[in-house]
Design a protein around this ligand. Structure first.
Ligand code: NAD
Ligand code: TYD
Length: 363
């Protein structure tokens, strides 16, 4: 391939920023340029990327994936060898309150990006066309909800999305699949289980519980707290994505998950125990006293579980973190980053980004 750069969408969000940081700081890819395309919704935070803001291989472009002209321009200018597509509306509760933004970004945005990618890809040399990849980062939620005894989701599990979030992600997966089958665009889909780790926006369960517990605020558990999620440390997801990008087969789907099924109750209680240990002097000890069972989420999926055998067997992927090591690392990260939490909780990060990054943002 004559091109060496990759274009990432949604790189200022939780998983995207972990991916960008890993790519530019710690992997063998650190000399390979990366363009981060993000329109900076409430979930996009350039403070996550301060560590690479001046990295010579890093370019940030503030753009909406629904804007076809901008996508065409960026692809023509940077000539990437791959697109890694993270950009999405990602929070189930928000999708219940306001599904439209999810249809716009997850469905229409992915469609626009696919069209731009197809036009760009068609103009590449034969060799570059063969090497090009469109990696679509998706979720296990497209498979719906499992009963307690059901086998974990595998790549051939039928889609049965239940929330506006998962329905729009499912729609985007179908479009990506269709672009491979119809046009030959070398696309790959990954469906990953719930991630957790640094830079996770505190509207999602794990960071919400950590940040609330530190402030002595109630820890809300929906329903009976026995809904089960299969948790994966974000760094392990990013490692899987790098592998799939380099060695995954176009047209294939790979499920990503760490076989770490936990009920929400267990997750919240474990965070409380870690905090009791790391902050023994806190007036909120024992942190479990802050737990409150609250009204359930409408249509709340009972259980997710991922069978990652294909990824393990074909590409040799293995998660490095167990739930116990990953969760401890995550709690420690939040304890070490009070300023990041304060900015996110107050919304100050949005103002700061406008001021500090204006001259670094590619127009
Ligand atoms: P996030 O909400 O933290 O970040 C999304 C990012 O996309 C933000 O930076 C936001 O500004 C950007 N964005 C949103 N709409 C955009 C648009 N129209 N144009 C350009 N940028 C836009 O999400 P996340 O948790 O990092 O998830 C990233 C991807 O991974 C999503 O596609 C999600 O479906 C998928 N995923 C997430 C999880 C998880 O547990 N968080 C698990 C599996 C898969
Ligand atoms: P979340 O982090 O929103 O991820 P997802 O819905 O995509 O799995 O929620 C994880 C689980 O935690 C889910 O079963 C809903 C539950 N939950 C609570 O019990 N309380 C909360 O305040 C939140 C945000 C989630």
């Amino acid at each position: 391939m004559t091109q060496s750069s990759i274009l990432v969408t949604g790189g200022a969000g939780f998983i995207g920023s972990n991916f960008v940081l890993d790519w530019l700081q710690s992997s063998q890819d650190s000399t390979r340029p990366l363009i981060n395309v993000d329109c900076l919704t409430y979930a996009g935070n350039l403070k996550n990327l301060e560590g690479v803001a001046t990295h010579p291989g890093y370019t940030f472009a503030r753009a909406d994936i629904c804007d076809r002209e901008r996508m065409d321009e960026l692809l023509a200018k940077h000539q990437p060898r791959a697109i890694v597509h993270f950009a999405a509306e990602s929070h189930v509760d928000r999708s219940i309150l306001g599904p439209e933004a999810f249809v716009e970004t997850n469905v229409r945005g992915t469609f626009v990006l696919l069209e731009a990618a197809r036009a760009y890809w068609n103009r590449l040399s034969e060799q570059d066309r063969a090497a090009f990849r469109f990696l679509h980062v998706s979720t296990d939620e497209v498979y719906g909800s499992l009963g307690a005894e059901d086998p974990a989701f595998c790549e051939t599990t039928p889609y049965a999305p239940n929330s506006p979030y998962s329905a729009t992600k499912a729609a985007s997966d179908h479009m990506v699949r269709a672009y491979f089958h119809t046009y030959g665009l070398p696309a790959i889909i990954t469906n990953c289980s719930n991630n957790y780790g640094p830079y996770h926006f505190p509207e999602k369960l794990i960071p919400l519980v950590i940040t609330h517990a530190l402030e002595g605020k109630p820890l809300p558990i929906y329903g009976d707290g026995l809904n089960v999620r299969d948790w994966l440390y974000v760094g392990d997801h990013c490692a899987a994505l790098r592998l799939v990008l380099e060695r995954g087969r176009p047209g294939e789907t790979y499920n990503v998950g760490g076989r770490n099924e936990r009920s929400n109750r267990e997750v919240v209680e474990t965070i409380c125990e870690i905090l009791d240990e790391l902050r023994p002097g806190s007036q909120h000890c024992p942190h479990k006293q802050l737990i409150r069972f609250v009204k359930d989420r409408p249509g709340h999926d009972r259980r997710y579980a991922i069978d990652a055998t294909k990824l393990e067997r074909e590409l040799g992927w293995r998660p490095r973190e167990t739930f116990s090591t990953g969760l401890r690392k995550t709690v420690e990260w939040y304890l070490d980053h009070p300023a990041w939490i304060a900015d996110v909780v107050s919304g100050a990060y949005r103002k700061w980004m406008e001021q500090n990054y204006q001259d670094r943002i590619e127009k």
